[in-house]
Design a protein around this ligand. Structure first.
Ligand SMILES: Nc1nc2c(ncn2[C@@H]2O[C@H](COP(=O)(O)OP(=O)(O)O)[C@@H](O)[C@H]2O)c(=O)[nH]1
Ligand SMILES: [Mg+2]
Ligand SMILES: [Zn+2]
Length: 313
């Protein structure tokens, strides 16, 4: 029977089968998926086959994992050379950002967008706390919206306090599986509460079941939206790691650079110091935003440095 993974506590998985019934499932045997070394073989969002073990206790065995359309991973917090799959089969990722209390830096936003491109996941951005905006923030927002929309990312403006912009955002979430992400304090939980007030009630029945494995602050969890669609929350995840990214590929994850890469004089151009660079030329003549280019250079510089775990602050 086919089922979808909604939650993982390490060894137990909460899955919902195609008939809408919930099970607490365990894995059977050892799986090797996609030839990657992963600390968690089954991830939230995975489509699996399950066999019911105990009807009364609602336990089941996962016997097969269906191929993933995509997945997001990061370096394991404990084991440097292993990856942790955060979530799979996503339609889009939503970054909740703020310009005030706290301020999300553009560098952070651009790293998120690069990671989304790298994982083949469409990204959208919601600037929350619009009720706090004064003229300065309003102008900054307009500028960011123009910049990001020009390169293909939808931008929303919301306030959970004044309940504005929520309907537009809901339309974008409808019938899609969306991973929600953003710094602590930007209003992710508040947004989820206004988008779907009963969200917690929906999964409460089964989520507390296993008792042990209280890793709920590090593991992702998926929720059904009442109007269709699903949200994956990743509490405690500060940012997507740019895992295994090479300098050569970074420009491919900037949509505005992608189309110009063949115009550089050198085909191995990194668009930093090389002569005859079409990217730098596009920055000079205003076709590519200078701020986005700054983020590009910063990401390139961060790749030079040896990998350090990005878990802490
Ligand atoms: N002014 C204002 N405060 C907000 C808004 N949304 C959330 N907050 C506040 O920001 C703080 C952090 O919100 P929370 O949802 O816990 O953020 P999370 O850490 O991203 O889940 C709380 O004090 C919220 O009341 C908003 O739209 N406007
Ligand atoms: Mg929260
Ligand atoms: Zn170049």
């Amino acid at each position: 029977m086919r089922a979808t993974v909604y939650k993982s506590t390490g060894s137990w998985y909460t899955v919902k089968d195609d008939a809408g019934d919930w099970h607490n499932a365990r894995m059977k045997g050892i799986f090797k998926i996609d030839n990657i070394t992963s600390t968690n073989p089954v991830a939230v969002g995975d489509e699996v086959e399950v066999e019911v073990e105990n009807e009364a206790e609602k336990t089941a065995m996962i016997t097969e994992i269906h191929p993933r359309n995509n997945y997001i991973n990061r370096q394991s917090p404990r084991l440097k050379y292993q990856h942790h799959i955060v979530a799979s089969n996503l339609d889009q990722s939503l970054l909740v950002a703020t310009l005030k209390e706290p301020r999300t830096s553009q560098g952070f936003i651009d790293r998120f967008l690069v990671a989304s491109e790298m994982f083949h996941v469409k990204a959208i951005i919601a600037f929350n706390k619009s009720d706090l905006f004064k003229k300065k923030e309003q102008e900054k927002f307009e500028q960011m919206k123009e910049m990001y929309e020009a390169v293909g990312y939808k931008v929303f403006l919301t306030s959970t306090k004044e309940n504005t912009g929520i309907e537009e955002l809901k339309k974008e979430l409808k019938d899609k599986t969306t991973l929600i992400s953003g710094h602590s304090g930007v209003g992710k939980s508040s947004l989820l509460n206004v988008i779907f007030p009963n969200m917690n009630l929906k999964t409460q029945g089964i989520s507390g079941w296993s008792g042990k494995g209280q890793h709920t602050t590090t593991f992702a969890e998926m929720f059904d939206l009442s109007f269709g669609g699903r949200i994956i929350d990743t509490p405690g995840m500060r940012e997507f790691g740019l895992v295994d990214i090479s300098k050569q590929e970074v420009s491919h994850y900037f949509p505005e650079m992608r189309t110009k890469l063949n115009d550089c004089q050198f085909n191995n151009c990194l668009h930093v110091n090389e002569p005859g660079c079409a990217i730098k030329e596009a920055v000079v003549n205003g076709e590519i935003s200078e701020d986005r280019y700054v983020s590009y250079v910063n990401i390139m510089e961060s790749i030079e440095k040896p990998l350090t775990p990005k878990g802490g602050k």
